[in-house]
Design a protein around this ligand. Sequence first.
Ligand SMILES: *Cc1c(COP(=O)(O)O)cnc(C)c1O
Length: 398
Amino acid sequence: MKDFNVNEDGLYGRFGGAYVPEILYAQVEMLRNEYLKVMNEDSFRAEYRNLLRDYVGRPSPLYPARRLSERYGTKIYLKREDLNHTGAHKINNTIGQILLARQMGKSRIIAETGAGQHGVATATVCALMNMECIVYMGAVDIERQRPNVEKMEMLGARVIPVYSGNKTLKDATNEAIRDWCCHPSDTYYIIGSTVGPHPYPDMVARFQSVISEEIKYQLKEKEGRENPDYVIACVGGGSNAAGAFFHFLHTPAVKLIVAEAAGEGLETDRSAATIHLGREGIIHGARTLVMQTPDGQITEPYSISAGLDYPGIGPMHAFLAEEGRSEVLAVTDDEALSAAFRLTRLEGIIPALESAHALAVLERKKFAPDDIVVVNLSGRGDKDMQTYMREKERMSNV
Ligand SMILES: *Cc1c(COP(=O)(O)O)cnc(C)c1O
């Protein structure tokens, strides 16, 4: 079987790499030389594990969803990342990266955020570690995501509005990279998904891999076997999926399914289904699939879920899809909304809109009665209540 981990050159097949400005070369090179060494140190591992347990609340439960299973005629487990501190999987990564930043002697943390979820997870760990925190956010996103801006500020972060371009995530990312270029020696850039220049995609996947590590022993306890038949996850940049897949990548019996956001549909120009619609290009320092115009300008993606409307995709997922290791479904806004209302009424769990895209796969695929299907429930729906309330009427008529 192919090796699906990153290679020596930071590549997944032809995807990945590190396309960074000259001025950052030394920083990225240092990170690349250090990250595995630091992550494997006993003292680092112990502190990371302790924080995941005592601060984040890990292990997250692997919940056998009885009524959902009855509905689909198969055995469904939900990996409950929604129960983590701050409400999603993102904290697994920010905890890891802030420990790494401290180890590397950095005192100033920068991040970019779209919906604000990664910004909140970063501001949280900066408060915990008493580090300066600067979050770049598009001016349009600041308007759309007030509650997260307020949380970041309460946590002590400085949120800097970005007025260039479309005033959204891509522009915030450009601004964060510009900041990093100006302060390369004292600043650490916490990237929130399996994107960016090598080693970020691999580093973030490893920090999130605790998800599949837990699934294996939890399933062994409950079912007497470590490997499910399917693991299903949504993809924005790809970090929760990478974490849920990591320890199954080289076990072909475990089928991997990703749900990307089709928005209003693949045939409309309102979509964020990068694997279906993107072409090869460079974004955020990596070669991957990118939503772009014929002349190579990055296009503004759209999804009802703010966490999935990223115009690129982590290079690992571009590779998994191209190699046929993962199956990719494009899930529309309406399919995700129905899946969210369905889970809420069947199991009493209000999922994040992002996670609802993964749940929608259950409607599309046919599973055998003795299949074990694990759905990674990446986050909770508190942040999406306004959308759910706005759409409730309409969805009850669909
Ligand atoms: C940010 C987010 C995502 C998408 O990010 P990935 O890196 O693709 O995991 C998915 N679910 C939730 C709840 C999120 O907050």
